[in-house]
Design a protein around this ligand. Structure first.
Ligand SMILES: [Zn+2]
Length: 168
């Protein structure tokens, strides 16, 4: 799935490359975007687990290494892109796709989707990036609202991954 995305996906535009660098991605030229339905695990147990963790049955984005899957139509909301680009950064920090996925899954198991430090971090970057972009702003609000009502206060910008972690 990741290899196919890297082969068939599109690379970032100049604007998107600049955004990715600003977010901290070291090799944004490696990133490929695939638009369309998010490929979700076929295993029923994992699919159920994802639902139970509050990730939602139909996520708008999924990032695996340098492969970003987006199910959002042709106009990519900036907040969504920034969120997923930040996961690319986290993947680089983790050092490998396996390392990233293991950390992400264990954080979600431990803290829940909304409070997982990697998600808090990605959401904070998305939030900070869309403060001046009304359309994406609405996307962030809607997506959070849909996931868990009354959780909007968790969107307070909190740029540093470390400080997001030390809140726990
Ligand atoms: Zn995320």
């Amino acid at each position: 799935m990741v290899q196919e995305a890297i082969r068939d996906g599109r690379s970032l535009s100049e604007d998107e490359l600049a955004t990715a660098r600003r977010i901290g991605v070291a090799h944004p030229e490696e990133i490929r975007i695939v638009l369309g339905p998010i490929p979700l695990p076929k295993a029923i147990s994992l699919a159920k687990w994802i639902e139970r963790m509050g990730i939602g049955e139909q996520p708008e984005g999924l990032t695996l290494g340098y492969a970003i899957f987006l199910d959002c139509g042709l106009n990519i909301p900036k907040g969504l892109l920034v969120h997923e680009l930040r996961h690319c950064y986290q993947g680089e920090q983790a050092g490998s796709l396996n390392g990233f996925v293991c950390q992400w899954l264990s954080e979600i198991a431990k803290f829940g989707y909304l409070d997982a430090p990697m998600e808090v971090d990605a959401r904070a970057w998305a939030w900070a990036s869309v403060l001046t972009d009304e359309k994406s702003n609405i996307w962030v609000l809607k997506s959070l609202e849909a996931r868990k009502k009354g959780e909007v206060q968790k969107m307070t910008p909190n740029i540093q991954y470390q400080s997001a972690r030390s809140q726990k």
